[in-house]
Design a protein around this ligand. Structure first.
Ligand SMILES: [Zn+2]
Length: 245
């Protein structure tokens, strides 16, 4: 019987390690996904920056067209002014041209301001593109690292599973079934130690009768509170033979 509980304890230790490794694998894959999502969000932002910059370029084009129209108007008025027949007519054209020149100057100033802003927008776009490029390099590095990690973890899992097979072959079908049922219903923990008459899984006290039964080592003993398979944990053995896989 001592042997059976020792086998179960080792099986439990292996299963806990496998479960932890499977969890780590998921966690690491999640890191890669997170990074990819982050880049995708940045690409979306870049797309809107590009659209914004393009739109702004279009409005500069429209403003330049406005300037050209104004220049044509001024030119037309100048021709008319030069053909003026009276001083009064000449003055009227001159005043009108003066007004148009003032408008033209306002438009020119606006265009200069717009070009400055446009250059800033282009600069921002370039910086953002660079940032994304950089992120993609680091994402690829992360992915490579995670793939290597996962490979290492898979190797460990395979080794643990081989060990697991070795231990399960030592158990009778009934015990193995009991163990497996507990593992799947008790959050992966089927075997619990008793320290100072307290189950280390549910932290409920066990009776002296339970302790006596464990001492006699005749049959498997279960916790009355959580139903797990119990063993007396005096802290002396650490299942060292499976620690260093
Ligand atoms: Zn318990």
């Amino acid at each position: 019987m001592t042997e059976k509980i020792e086998v179960l304890r080792r099986l439990q230790s292996i299963d806990t390690k496998i479960k932890r490794l499977e969890g780590d694998k998921l966690y690491r894959s999640h890191d890669v996904e997170k990074k990819k999502d982050e880049i995708k969000r940045k690409r979306d932002t870049l797309a809107s920056i590009v659209a914004e910059t393009k739109n702004y370029q279009k409005s500069i084009g429209l403003k330049e067209l406005e300037l050209k129209t104004k220049e044509e108007e001024i030119h037309k008025l100048s021709v008319q002014m030069n053909q003026a027949k009276t001083n009064k007519e000449f003055s009227a054209f001159k005043t009108e041209i003066g007004g148009k020149e003032a408008d033209k100057s306002v438009i020119e100033d606006a265009i200069l301001g717009m070009i400055t802003k446009y250059e800033e927008m282009q600069q921002r776009q370039r910086e953002f593109e660079k940032e994304i490029e950089h992120e993609e390099v680091s994402s690829k590095e992360l992915q490579k690292k995670v793939e290597d990690n996962i490979k290492e973890m898979d190797t460990k899992i395979t080794a643990f599973k081989e060990k697991r097979n070795k231990y399960t072959s030592l158990l009778d079908d009934n015990t193995l079934q009991q163990y497996n049922r507990l593992v799947s219903h008790k959050d992966g923990i089927a075997v619990a130690g008793i320290v100072n008459k307290v189950c280390q899984s549910c932290f409920m006290s066990v009776t002296s009768q339970t302790v006596n039964q464990l001492m006699s080592k005749k049959e498997l003993t279960f916790c009355h509170s959580c139903g797990r398979i119990l063993y007396l944990d005096d802290g002396s053995d650490e299942l060292e033979d499976i620690e260093n896989i």
